[in-house]
Design a binder for this molecule. Sequence first.
Ligand code: IMP
Length: 192
Amino acid sequence: MSRRNYVNEINFVTGNKHKLEEVKHILEPYGISVKRVTVDKLEIQSNDLCEIAEYSAKIVAERLRIPVVVEDAGLFIEALNGFPGPYSSYVFKTIGNEGILKLMRGVKNRRARFVSAVAYASPNGFVKVFIGVTEGLISIEPRGEYGFGFDPIFIPYEGDGRTFGEMTLDEKSRISHRGKAFRSLAKWLTGH
Ligand code: IMP
């Protein structure tokens, strides 16, 4: 039997308290608790979220000598050729939701997707990546007080017309990119 069948705790490397809260909620039904690990920023420059998550997880697991989980997520807007994608964090900090809505002013095609890449790495160099994707539309105006980041401007197709920002943590997690990726990780960790 492989060691992962016994996993009931993960070391989640994140500086984002909203992500931490979401991941705790997503993994709770699987009996997996989440321990937060913070490290100095070590992201590589890449256009590929999987590559970024995989590389970061590998480095941290080796450095701390414990198995870790790293998530890299981003919003990809079709009419902007996938922008901001892997640069989502920087773009949110600089131009924010208002800046994105400005870029999208008058644009008919509002299709976008959120992608989450979750990498599990152990200190021996083993890495496995899980992906979650949620498709939707960019709203005309920001709506909602819940969540973080681009939540107020993203309307998932799987929802009822509300933005992620108008959904509770539980409602968002059922259909979010993060929910999908972390549930795949949980099933793998618990052997289901
Ligand atoms: P990170 O590099 O994985 O921390 O995420 C990049 C950026 O994408 C974050 O700073 C947020 O602005 C945005 N982002 C990632 N996931 C979400 C989400 O679930 N909702 C809203 N924005 C998100």
